[in-house]
Design a protein around this ligand. Structure first.
Ligand code: ATP
Length: 481
């Protein structure tokens, strides 16, 4: 992990945020290579879940939303972590992260009421190792708050969204009205989310500002178990298709006492991260959220008048009691064949872009000895590689740079390419290995005679000669993503 973090900074994948001022805890910036990698992760996801399917559409919601959204979703009242402080060293820890703390419930993700008074006498402080020396658990709110409006009198409290999902539920009716979609169908969204995490962890794994890729897949109640199983398999396959080794991935199904009160089932896709001596950690969660969210927003919509009466205070706004006939609300779905109205069930595959990017980096990183020398290589899947092709003239003379530039100008219309004419060619290959570039094209003396170039494969390091007129087709076949 340390080697990878250092490579990320050295080669411009990831920098600490505000680096010139000493950094800001748990905030990171993506550098020239990192921004390409991250964009490729998002594009690969979008292609798999939106472009390649005819039952999915995309959405891009604002980060700031009406505060009633968060009241209705349960976040205002319940989105908190239970935290204890060690009396000896003052380290704060999430109760569910204490060693051996399984079975202690927290309120995270509106999971239910805080379990104050949980037995912590045998739990160990990760800071100083002392046992059972904790304060009473306290709820630590996870939503960032800010003010909207210039004047104190008419400004109101709004939240930075802690998940992108609620924007999708809020637009369920708009999407239905503006498309011809029929259930089952899904809405996908990629965007920033913010959580004031108690403890942050391991580089970009857990940060306070991060990006999510979320799907809400709406289906008829009764078909939800089947869709949940399908999404579970399809999402696992996505990581495998992008090259993550099978032995480093697993499913972890949530036990009944771990499930959010509204969830019927939830499974995490976990990756074996090299934190400490190896640590299975969540990459993505796939939950059956039933009709909970749409129902809650039906209640929320009815409560908006009260919200105004409460002078825009979500915390004081009661949600209107459940109406007898839910299916008559604006967020219900009318099945015109069955002539029936119902509230759809929702399957939610929710993934982190940054966690995904970290897993792809970790899984592809290798240090290996080649002819007595060490090389670092990122064996990234071609569709994720920040640069697809490096183009080098062997030497800076005899017209080789001009030929190299011409190839570069042609290929960059199709892929992100990098032209480099400085230093020994072996060093240039090593730099591209470290950046994850799958192919390097070299113009040499023979090129000037017969118009062939060498193409070097990052993983096998083998070189083949390819005719200049066939180069694009050759690369297209190899980079077919
Ligand atoms: P954890 O328990 O690890 O905090 P979570 O169960 O709270 O995760 P979800 O609410 O299910 O996570 O969010 C869906 C996905 O968003 C996660 O699987 C993860 O990839 C990503 N994610 C959530 N919180 C963070 C964070 N603080 N930093 C980076 N990614 C995150």
């Amino acid at each position: 992990m340390d080697e990878l973090v250092s490579l990320c900074k050295r080669r411009g994948f990831i920098f600490p945020s505000s680096d010139i001022y000493g950094g800001l805890a748990s905030c990171y910036d993506y550098g020239p290579l990192g921004v390409e990698l991250k964009r490729n992760v998002k594009n690969a996801w979008w292609k798999a879940v939106v472009q390649m399917r005819d039952d999915m559409v995309g959405l891009d919601c604002s980060i700031l939303m009406h505060p009633m959204i968060w009241k209705a979703s349960g976040h205002v009242d319940k989105f908190a972590d239970l935290v204890v402080e060690c009396r000896k060293c003052n380290t704060r820890t999430r109760v569910d992260h204490l060693q051996g703390a399984e079975g202690v419930e927290t309120t995270r993700h509106s999971h239910g009421e805080a379990q104050a008074g949980a037995d912590l006498s045998d739990k160990v402080c990760p800071g100083c190792g002392s046992t059972g020396q904790f304060t009473e658990p306290m709820a630590f709110r996870l939503m960032f708050e800010t003010q909207m409006g210039a004047n104190v009198d008419d400004s109101m409290k709004v939240y930075l969204r802690p998940e992108t999902a609620q924007g999708i539920f809020a637009n369920f009716g708009n999407v239905l009205d503006s498309t011809r979609l029929k259930i089952p169908f899904g809405i996908a969204q990629i965007g920033k989310s913010f959580r004031n995490e108690v403890t942050t962890k391991a580089f970009i794994f857990r940060t306070r500002e991060f990006e999510q890729m979320e799907i809400e897949f709406f289906c008829r109640p009764g078909t939800d178990d089947e869709w949940w199983s399908r999404w579970k398999e399809q999402r696992m396959q996505w990581y495998l298709d992008l090259g993550i080794r099978k032995e480093n991935l697993r499913f972890r199904e949530h036990a009944p006492d771990e499930l959010a009160h509204y969830a019927k089932a939830c499974v995490d896709i976990e990756y074996l991260f090299p934190f400490g001596s190896g640590d299975w950690q969540e990459l993505e969660g796939i939950a059956n959220r039933t009709d909970y969210d749409l129902r809650q927003h039906q209640r929320g919509i009815r409560s908006v008048t009260r919200w105004f009466e409460n002078r825009r205070d979500t915390e004081k706004t009661p949600l209107v009691e459940e109406a007898a006939e839910w299916h008559k609300g604006p967020l219900s779905y009318f099945d015109d064949q069955a002539r029936e109205k119902f509230i759809p069930y929702v399957i939610e595959p929710s993934a982190g872009v940054d966690r995904g990017a970290l897993a792809f980096l970790v899984d592809s990183y290798a240090e290996e000895e080649v002819r007595g020398e060490m090389r670092n290589v990122l064996r990234l899947h071609p569709s994720l590689a920040p640069i697809k092709v490096g183009i080098f003239p062997l030497v800076k003379k005899q017209g080789m740079p001009e030929k190299g530039r011409a190839i570069y100008d042609d290929l960059k219309r199709f892929w992100s390419c990098f032209y480099d004419e400085k230093g020994a060619v072996g060093r240039r290959y090593r730099r591209q290995d470290e950046a994850g570039t799958p192919f390097c094209v070299t113009v040499d003396g023979q090129t000037l005679e017969d118009d062939t170039v060498t193409v070097r494969d990052r993983d096998s390091m083998e070189q083949v000669r390819v005719g200049g007129d066939k180069l694009r087709a050759f690369l297209l076949e190899k980079l077919d993503m």
